[in-house]
Design a protein around this ligand. Structure first.
Ligand SMILES: [Zn+2]
Ligand SMILES: [Zn+2]
Ligand SMILES: [Zn+2]
Length: 263
């Protein structure tokens, strides 16, 4: 039996763009803001249901994010793509290997898994290491849906500049973190949602990311009950940006908890 949507909880582990907010050396209003919602680690969410914890992406901030969210288990990792802000925390899953005494399954496209094998060659080269390395089980996605602990996950193909990346739909929620364009066949998979996450880097156009205006248009077309913007840069102050958005569209922020199917 699939879990009821009420039991599906999403925690935003990070809502920032690749540099994070504040970005190093910047003294702009947002980087100096005292509003905690203007502090944004790199983008990732944790999905919890039926006692399981599924992570989307392992950011360079993963250790901090796991401690902050009081994570005590990790059952699977889904990768959207191989950019550094989405993979570089992979080494920090070792405590979950120690605690759970088993390998952690990771899922991604052929290109993403190949990049992870190159970047973290010491995990996969089979030499007996003197120090510990993450224990992982790789699963290559061909774009079709797959089951994880009784919940169906559907990879959705997105364009991120010239790169092809994945977003994921699960139950009545979907997480799309890096995209400049959502192809029509993926838009068709995003109807009837309760919660939709979309990339909204800033107001100004960018070659590989969506903007506030573009993602507002996507939200209007898809009409989910609630939309959260993520992958946000330091040009968007949380409070002021939200004032200009309709009530069903909000900016995600680090630590935000959402129960899918509930107000
Ligand atoms: Zn990114
Ligand atoms: Zn700044
Ligand atoms: Zn990216």
């Amino acid at each position: 039996m699939p879990p009821s949507s009420e039991s599906l909880r999403i925690t935003v582990l990070g809502s920032g763009t690749s540099l994070g907010v504040p970005s190093i050396g910047c003294h702009c209003d947002v980087c100096s803001s005292s509003d905690p919602r203007d502090n944004r680690l790199r983008p990732s969410i944790l999905i919890r249901y039926d006692g399981r914890s599924v992570l989307i992406d392992t950011t360079p901030d993963f250790r901090t994010q796991a401690l902050r969210a009081k994570m005590n288990r990790l059952d699977a990792i889904l990768y959207t793509h191989e950019h550094a802000d989405h993979i570089m925390g992979l080494d920090d899953v070792r405590p979950f290997n120690f605690r759970q005494k088993c390998a952690i399954p990771i899922f991604g496209s052929e290109e993403t898994l190949a990049a992870i094998r190159r970047t973290f060659h010491y995990i996969f080269d089979g030499h007996s290491a003197e120090s510990s390395v993450p224990q992982l089980e790789t699963h290559e996605l061909d774009g079709g849906p797959f089951d994880l602990f009784g919940l169906e996950f559907r990879p959705l193909r997105l364009l991120h500049g010239r790169s092809k990346v994945f977003g994921y739909r699960f139950g009545t929620a979907a997480y799309l973190t890096d995209h400049s364009e959502i192809p029509p066949e993926s838009l068709d998979q995003l109807r009837g949602l309760d919660v939709l996450f979309l990339d909204a880097l800033r107001y100004k156009p960018h070659p590989t990311h969506s903007t506030v205006e573009r993602s507002m248009a996507y939200a209007e077309e898809l009409n989910p009950r609630r939309t959260y913007f993520t992958h946000i840069c330091h040009e968007l102050p949380h409070a002021r940006t939200e004032c200009a958005l309709p009530p069903q569209i909000r900016l995600a922020y680090d630590g935000l908890e959402i129960t899918v199917g509930e107000p």
